[in-house]
Structure formats: C-alpha cells, structure tokens
Design a protein around this ligand. Structure first.
Ligand code: ADP
Ligand code: MG
Length: 465
C-alpha cells in the first residue's frame, strides 16, 4: 500500500506523485498531511530538503479539488525565485485538476499581474512586497475567501523585513482560514509565528541534535582575507576534477562581491552565472534557469538564493564569506545534500570570522572539519586570480553598474510621485534599523539557548564540581 493513500490523499494525487517518481511520504509529510486535511493549522519544522513543499501542497490540492474556486490559497515566500519554484511544483501536481496558479513578485509587469489576479487563479504564490503593492492600488481581486494561508520559510518571511507589508496583507484575509507555516529554522521565532494563527496549532518538529542533514559533509578552510579568491578557485578546480557532473553554489555577502566574483571566475575560465538583488528580475530568472538546466555548473549568489531553492545537481556549497546571521548558514549549506542525497560544504574562514564560525558551530551542534587544500597550488594561481579581480573591479567601476541601479530606483520613486532623496534615505535608515534588530535578536536567542542548555545539565554535574 502506498503510504500517501494511507495519509488520506485521493487516488489522483497518489498517482500524480508516482508519475514524478515519488512513492513514499517523508516524515514531515506523514505527520502534517493528515492534520492539514483534518482542518488544523500547522507549523512544520524539518531540515532542508525534507519535502516541506509537498507537505502543504498536496492537502491544499485535495481540498481545492473538492470545492474548486479562486482564490483558494495564498502562499507567501521571502524570495522571488522560490515563489516560481513553488508554483512549478503546484503546477505539476495539480495538472489532473486543471490547476491555475499565478506568481506575483517584484520586478515583473504589474499590469499583467493585475489581469492575472482578476482571473481568479486557484493559487497565488507571492512575495509580500509586490502583493502589498497590488492591495494598495486599484484592487480587482479579493483574498477574502481564501481557505489557506501558507508562509514558507516562515522565520524569514515573518522575520521583520516585511512587517509593514504583512500587516496590509493579513488585513485583506478572512479570519476563518487555515494557516500553514514551514521552515527548517523556526525554533527561535516560534512565538511570533504563533501570533499569526492565534488558535491552537499542530506543531511538527523533527527532533534532532544537529541542525544540518547527516548526509552533508561540512568543512572549513582557514585563510587570510586577501587570498580568499585563490582558495576559492583552487577548491572549485579540485572539485571539478573529482565531480565532473556536479554543480556548485558559491555564497557571498554583498551584491558587489557577487558580481566581482562572477566576473573574476569567468575570466580565469570558469563559466558561471550570478544571482543577486542588483540585477533585473528577468536576468535573475535567466541565470537561475541556466543553472537549473545544467547548462552552467557554477552559481554565485547572495542570500537571495539561500532559502528553499531545490536543485538536485548541487553537490558543493562554498561560503566565500561566512554568513553574518548564523542560521542562514543552515539554509545556504542546505542547498546541497537534499532528499537523502550526499553533498559537501566548504566555508572560507579568515581570522576575523572565528567568532562567527563558533556561533554557527554552536547553533548546528557540529564541528566543521578542516578541508585540505594544496597551498602550493594556491600560491601558483594567486597572482593571476588577484590581478583578474583587480581588472574586474576597474571594469565594474567603469560601467557604473551600481550607480545605474540606484538611478533606476530613483526614477521609479519619481514616477510614483515620491521624493527620491527622501525615499533613498528612508530605505537606508530602515535597513540599518533592521540590521540592528537582527543582531539584537541573534544575541538574545544565543543567550536563551545557553540558559536552556545550562538548565538541562544533569544535577550530578553540579554536585561533582
Ligand atoms: P524542503 O522544502 O523541505 O527544503 P522540498 O519540498 O524542496 O524540501 O523537497 C526537496 C526535494 O525532495 C524536492 O526535489 C522534492 O521533489 C523531493 N521530494 C519531496 N517529497 C518527496 C518524497 N516523498 N519522496 C521523494 N522525494 C521527495
Ligand atoms: Mg522549502
């Protein structure tokens, strides 16, 4: 007997799963699907790559097939690429019932989106910012009848960046609805998450000592900041020799560094695409599609790509810079070793990052092991790589890459009848405030974890000492 039918899912859904090679439910699906079908609100917390998307998509599709109308469900995600990915999964699984879904994200044609929404799609998958804009302009659609609100990557979506937008969105939703919240790192924001639903929720949390998946091997390379790029190239070179078919994701902390790394790697012979917030949405999608379809095997990205993306070919994640928020590490390295497959993660650590790495190791409850790199080989390529990077910097300055982006943003504010100076300042103040809040929250969470751990220590250890 197929375990999906044991969960109360109809034959057509079980068949559709089989069609795409999915036979047995994962633990989070086994736990959450029956509860969602029974009408409960649900918080699902399970590691990266454990099948959270289908845990909410399948029961929603079943309920929709029983009473089809639009707009039936709203799915919120923190990033645009993730919204498209979730829409793809809904589309595949919902084919037998002629599912109509639409993606509403920034950087795409707003007029077209307005028309799509007015056609009452069954499912709307959206980032909070753009949906907020639609709700503020002439509204040709209603969210007042939705049965389901899904918040994917709930800790990030509810993490503060979108507070203003979420308020307007929640006001547009009916009181009576099912709330489904999912993430791999929910524990520290659970109280906030609970506020969304108010009523009693079913909470599924995969209990585990270690926050990352077992199949993932996690390493670090200690190196001075100035030679990081040399090490990066050497790690890529070595990996490509041993895994000619595998894909690599490289994460870095800023858009500028992302662009520069991409240009540098291209110049030294490594074809790649890059994904960050300063390129147009169309180019972002083109880049990601090239990577997903295996035409290009290296993707350089900022944290816009750290959440949710599911690309089975990714066998190595390199952190060119250590993420400043420890739990983002869990998500970045979670882009590999998905759905039971293996994978590697290598983090470049400079002497300035030691504290951050300790905080990460404490959070994941695992020690990273040292990754052996041949320093002689690094020194051989170092000069070429650093000269290439310098040239890339000059090229980037000449093209006014970032000024152009700022100019476009200013133009957009002017078209909206706003004062561009004022808006740019507001934006930067808001970003600074968020950063401060995030640091405060991270410190608070860390202290709380420490306290908890101390409380959990057996009494004998006090007596022993
Ligand atoms: P998460 O959201 O937990 O990080 P996803 O929902 O993106 O994980 O799923 C990760 C991968 O696992 C996807 O490629 C998905 O198709 C696959 N998958 C989902 N459910 C199952 C299952 N029951 N059996 C096998 N593979 C599955
Ligand atoms: Mg997911």
């Amino acid at each position: 007997m197929n375990s999906f039918s044991e969960l109360g899912l109809k034959e057509w859904i079980v068949k559709q799963c089989q069609k795409v090679g999915i036979e047995n439910a994962t633990p989070i699906q086994r736990e959450c699907v029956p509860q969602i079908l029974a009408g409960k609100d649900c918080i699902g917390c399970a590691k990266t790559g454990s099948g959270k998307t289908l845990a909410f998509a399948l029961p929603i599709l079943q309920k929709l097939s029983e009473d089809p109308y639009g707009i039936f469900a709203l799915v919120l995600t923190p990033t645009r690429e993730l919204a498209f990915q979730i829409a793809d999964q809904f589309q595949i699984m919902g084919k037998p019932i002629g599912l109509r879904q639409t993606v509403i994200v920034g950087g795409m044609d707003m007029v077209q989106q307005g028309m799509d929404l007015s056609r009452k799609p069954h499912i709307v998958i959206s980032t909070p910012g753009r949906l907020y804009d639609h709700l503020g302009s002439c509204v040709t659609f209603s969210l007042k009848k939705i049965k389901f609100l899904v918040i994917d990557e709930a800790d990030r979506t509810l993490g503060g960046d979108f507070d203003e937008q979420l308020k307007r969105i929640f006001d547009a939703l009916p009181e009576q609805r099912q709330n489904l919240l999912f993430s791999a790192t929910m524990t520290d924001s659970l109280s906030k998450v609970r506020q969304v639903a108010k009523k009693e929720m079913f909470l599924h949390e995969t209990k585990s000592e270690v926050a990352t998946v077992e199949e993932l091997k996690q390493h670090y390379v200690l190196c001075p900041g100035a030679v990081k790029d040399g090490y990066l190239v050497q790690i890529i070179r070595k990996f490509k020799e041993s895994h000619p078919r595998g894909s690599i994701m490289v994460f870095t902390n800023t858009c500028k560094n992302c662009q520069l790394l991409s240009m540098t790697l291209k110049e030294v012979g490594y074809d790649n695409v890059c994904l960050h917030g300063m390129i147009s949405q169309k180019l972002r999608l083109v880049a990601l599609n090239k990577f997903k379809s295996n035409n290009v095997k290296i993707l350089i990205a900022t944290d816009v790509a750290s959440r949710g993306l599911d690309i089975p070919e990714v066998q190595l994640v390199i952190n060119h810079s250590v993420p400043t928020v420890p739990k983002e590490y869990v998500h970045r390295v979670g882009r590999t070793a998905r759905a039971g497959r293996g994978g590697d993660a290598v983090t470049l650590v400079t002497p300035n990052d030691i504290k951050l790495i300790q905080a990460i190791e404490e959070l994941i409850n695992t020690k990273l092991t040292e990754y052996k790199t041949d320093e002689k080989e690094v020194s051989k390529i170092f000069t070429q790589v650093s000269v290439t990077r310098r040239e890339a910097e000059i090229k980037l300055d000449e093209t006014d890459f970032f000024e152009k982006k700022e100019l476009n943003k200013r133009k957009q504010f002017m078209m909206e009848g706003k004062d561009p100076d004022e808006e740019m300042e507001k934006k930067s103040k808001y970003k600074k405030k968020l950063r401060r809040q995030k640091i405060k929250a991270a410190i608070k969470a860390r202290t709380e974890r420490k306290k908890l751990r101390e409380q959990e220590k057996p009494a004998s250890s006090v007596a022993d000492s």
